[in-house]
Design a protein around this ligand. Structure first.
Ligand code: FAD
Ligand code: UDP
Length: 383
């Protein structure tokens, strides 16, 4: 295989591009934004704070293979992510844990509930709130209903315009109740951030003589799929094309639009050194925003900053003009996606990768892991 086209310079596209180039292929990467890194893109603001333009990105993984691959392109510093949530004005750890319980309930009630939780699930367990709500113990069921109402109900309504139980169980499972004092947001053994930020990591990853970058270029005008044939720039094309954008868009919405959720961020530069005590503060109540992000807590290695930068995160509808941040993880949406996927699979040199093209809720490490595998597959099939 001599040539390949990659659409999108986020993790999915960049990892595949790098591996194909290292195998001797000439790869052209088309990216419609003027920046690298997809939603992981970051930049240094005028006040010196390293800001993530598309929302807070904290790296975590269980995979040694992913970690050692990424270490080729960046040094990492350890960072364990802690989140607080404002429940009726009280700041408590999120995921909800035994410390949260103690902060919100009178001492005797908190101690009694703690004992019942430990007896029912064992110290250290992580229990999805929906399971807690179904407990056979009426006091734990009531506690489940309380945590659901205070932490998940409005947040999920704001984030998805759906109720938690309408979404795939993996959504609520991402933030289970901790039957312990464990207050980390993630449980993976590797939790760290790139010293110079994600954009620098992507710059290094895409810096290869076999890779040509075409930024500010929408590939929708270049790639077209007709049945089993893939056209590039109007001509049938036999080389592998890796697509990391929306699949419904590529296929002209012929089976109907896949639903996405978008976000709007309101940034503020403030003169004070610190705005809040942690990098992400969740607002699961009546506020319109879901969280406030203060970047310097987790991108601090970018250098001395004057003041701080925060962002309010407001979920909103996707209207094809804004960014399709999240596929909406519901069974019927995945079913529609399955039809698109079947249609796309007729075209043997079209490869789908990433959060949008695979219509899945994946973290950065999962995108990298899938891309490592995909590059192998393309190389095998291209022989
Ligand atoms: P993307 O990053 O979306 O990249 C796709 C790229 O393709 C984009 O640059 C896009 O512009 C480009 N593109 C699309 N269509 C076209 C086209 N027609 N022509 C040219 N280019 C095109 N993961 C974590 O592990 N930890 C976190 O803390 C975390 N926080 C997140 C917070 C938010 C708000 C969001 C939305 C996601 C978060 N993620 C997090 C997930 C992470 O962003 C993704 O796993 C990762 O970015 C997936 O990479 P990707 O390359 O598949 O997609
Ligand atoms: N969630 C919630 N309240 C919170 C945090 C999370 O209801 O304080 C729910 C919500 O439905 C959210 C999901 O759990 O979409 C997953 O949260 P996570 O922080 O993993 O989402 P991310 O921002 O990483 O997409």
């Amino acid at each position: 295989m001599r040539q390949a086209v990659v659409v999108g310079a986020g993790f999915s596209g960049a990892v595949v591009a790098r591996l194909l180039a290292e195998a001797g292929c000439r790869v052209t990467v088309y990216e419609k934004r003027d920046s690298l890194g997809g939603n992981c893109y970051d930049y240094t603001a005028e006040n010196g704070v390293l800001v993530q333009k598309y929302g807070p990105h904290l790296f975590h993984t269980r995979s040694e293979a992913v970690m050692s691959f990424l270490r080729r392109f960046a040094d990492f510093f350890p960072y364990r992510h802690h989140v607080l949530g404002s429940i009726d004005g009280v700041l408590v750890p999120v995921p909800f844990n035994l410390t949260s319980l103690k902060a919100l309930f009178p001492p005797e009630a908190a101690a009694a509930l703690r004992d019942e939780l430990v007896e029912a699930y064992g110290y250290g367990a992580r229990v999805p709130v929906i399971r807690l709500r179904q407990s056979g113990n009426p006091r734990l069921r009531e506690l489940g209903a309380y945590i659901y109402e205070k932490l998940y109900l409005h947040y999920t309504e704001k984030q998805w315009r759906q109720r938690l139980e309408e979404l795939e169980p993996e959504v609520g499972g991402r933030v289970p109740v901790h039957i312990s004092h464990e207050d980390g947001y993630f449980s993976d053994p590797f939790q760290c951030m790139p010293e110079e930020g994600f954009t620098a990591l992507f710059r290094n990853m895409l810096d290869h003589p076999g890779i040509t970058l075409r930024l500010s270029t929408d590939a929708l005008g270049l790639v077209r799929v007709e049945g089993e044939t893939l056209f590039f720039n109007g001509t049938p094309c036999g080389c592998p094309v890796v697509w990391t954008g929306c699949l419904d868009q590529l296929l002209d919405y012929k089976l109907g639009a896949l639903p996405y959720r978008s976000l709007a961020f309101r940034y503020e530069n403030l003169p004070e050194a610190r705005f809040q005590s942690c990098g992400v503060m969740n607002y699961p109540g009546a506020e319109e925003y879901t969280r406030i992000i203060e970047f310097k807590h987790f991108t601090a290695r970018s250098g001395p900053a004057q003041g701080t930068t925060i962002a309010y995160e407001y979920p909103c509808d996707y209207d094809r003009e804004n960014i399709p941040y999240y596929p909406i993880p519901k069974r019927q949406n995945h079913a529609l996606y399955g039809h698109y996927r079947a249609e796309a699979s007729r075209c043997r040199n079209l490869y789908l990768a990433g959060r949008l093209a695979e219509y899945r809720y994946c973290n950065m490490d999962e995108a990298v892991q899938a891309a490592l595998k995909l590059a192998d597959r393309i190389l095998r099939e291209g022989r």
